[in-house]
Design a protein around this ligand. Structure first.
Ligand SMILES: CC(C)(COP(=O)(O)OP(=O)(O)OC[C@H]1O[C@@H](n2cnc3c(N)ncnc32)[C@H](O)[C@@H]1OP(=O)(O)O)[C@@H](O)C(=O)NCCC(=O)NCCS
Length: 375
């Protein structure tokens, strides 16, 4: 049989659409709307980045104030969603609950079935605001505790951490959550964003597209990696055991979680910021211990495989230092990446083309059909 198409396994290096939102430079640079993230992370708050992605430009002062007010007003959840979260099985993975409740939110959307650009923009803001509230409500309900109401005087990212932890984050924790959320906000056509765009490309609704994205982020090769990083760090009792542990994994041809990247040939530009965040927490004994193990792992994996840590490696320790349990790590990722997802979904609606690749059929043709009672 003649092969008419060349299979690009894993769609490696295939550009599936044009995008203005973020540029992942393999040389180890990342830009949102043309701004280097190194500059953004030092100078802006997360809400500013969310605005930048959704509106494709930085806000003026009043625009940012208005956007923050909109986010604040949208941080509530419909009562049936709160009930559904409270009644969800305690042993289900929290990402499964988040995926379900985002889908559930569609039923309560005040814009109903309206599919105009304005309605979709309102939904985008709504989702940026509500996903973190779902995460906080789920965590608090698992602790049998109530979720505090967000406070008007707190900024959006601070409110997220406040609602999650049930106590006011200090200045350092507030700085960390902003930086964490900025660094996770967007990343080109990563797998979950691509999944969201595929769903959006059929002109399906934004909730369906974000539900696709969450299901895709959940996998350990994507956002689920940070949880696996912490499993690995927990498995290694002492820093001295790192070498033997890593060599053991490599001998079995297993992947080291939190390492390697499809796009970067150099260091992931987010790693240095996350490593810095972790260093700032090293006054905590546990973080200092984890940090030392991380440095050893980083050195040994580079020595053996010449690969670098990706965003999930130090993000895991940063979240641990913030008091987030490991099964909630991917939910913090989702609470930040939601701004990138919705921005890409809006961009995909504008592009108005169905994302539908071909496949190379390698099966047989013309087989003789045999009825079931003769097989
Ligand atoms: C992210 C990831 C899926 C990218 O995969 P990819 O672009 O398909 O890259 P490949 O799996 O083809 O890896 C290329 C080479 O590097 C090696 N490699 C890549 N990541 C590795 C890892 N984490 N541990 C060990 N080796 C790794 C592969 O074994 C392969 O080596 P080979 O050429 O000798 O066979 C992959 O690096 C991975 O599985 N990492 C661990 C999970 C993770 O941290 N995910 C979060 C990503 S942000």
């Amino acid at each position: 049989m003649s092969q008419e198409k060349v299979t690009v396994r894993g769609l490696r290096d295939v550009a599936a659409a044009d995008s203005k939102l973020s540029f992942v430079d393999p040389k180890g640079l990342l830009y949102y709307l043309g701004y280097n993230i190194d500059n953004l992370v030092e100078n802006v708050i997360y809400a500013e980045v969310a605005y930048l992605l959704v509106h494709q430009r930085l806000p003026k002062k009043q625009e940012l104030e208005d956007f923050r007010s909109q986010l604040f007003l949208e941080m509530n959840l419909p009562e049936p969603i709160i009930e559904s979260i409270k009644n969800s099985p305690k042993n289900a993975h929290p990402m499964s609950i988040l995926r379900t409740e985002v889908s559930h939110l569609a039923e309560f959307d005040p814009d109903g079935n309206e599919f105009s650009p304005d309605a979709n923009l309102r939904r985008a803001t709504r989702l940026i605001a509500k996903v973190p509230t779902i995460v906080a409500t789920l965590y608090r309900s698992r602790l049998n505790r109530s979720t505090p109401e967000p406070k008007k005087e707190f900024d959006f990212a601070k409110n997220f951490l406040y609602m999650f932890k049930g106590e006011e984050p200090d200045d350092n924790e507030t700085r960390v959550i902003h930086r964490f959320m900025i660094l996770h906000a967007d990343h080109g056509f990563n797998a979950s964003t691509f999944a969201a765009r595929v769903t959006a490309s059929t002109n399906s609704d934004i909730y369906s597209a974000v539900t696709s994205a969450i299901g895709t982020l959940k996998g350990p090769l994507h956002g689920g990696a940070s949880e696996k990083v912490m499993d690995m760090l927990d498995d290694i009792n002492l820093e001295e055991e790192v070498e033997e542990y890593i060599d053991g994994l490599l001998e079995q041809n297993k992947k080291i979680m939190g390492f390697g990247h499809r796009m970067y040939k150099a260091q992931d530009p987010r790693t240095k910021h996350l490593r810095g965040i972790v260093e700032d927490f090293c006054h905590q004994d546990r973080t200092s211990d984890l940090y030392n193990k991380c440095i050893s792992i980083e050195n040994i994996v580079y020595e053996r495989k010449k690969i670098y840590p990706n965003v999930d490696f130090y993000a895991a320790v940063a979240m641990d230092a913030l008091g987030v349990p490991k099964d909630f790590f991917p939910l913090f990722f989702a609470s930040s990446r939601i701004s990138g997802w919705v921005a890409h979904i809006l961009e995909q609606y504008d592009d108005a083309v169905l994302l539908r690749p071909a496949s190379n059929y390698i099966g047989e043709l013309g087989r003789v059909f045999v009825p079931i009672n003769q097989r």
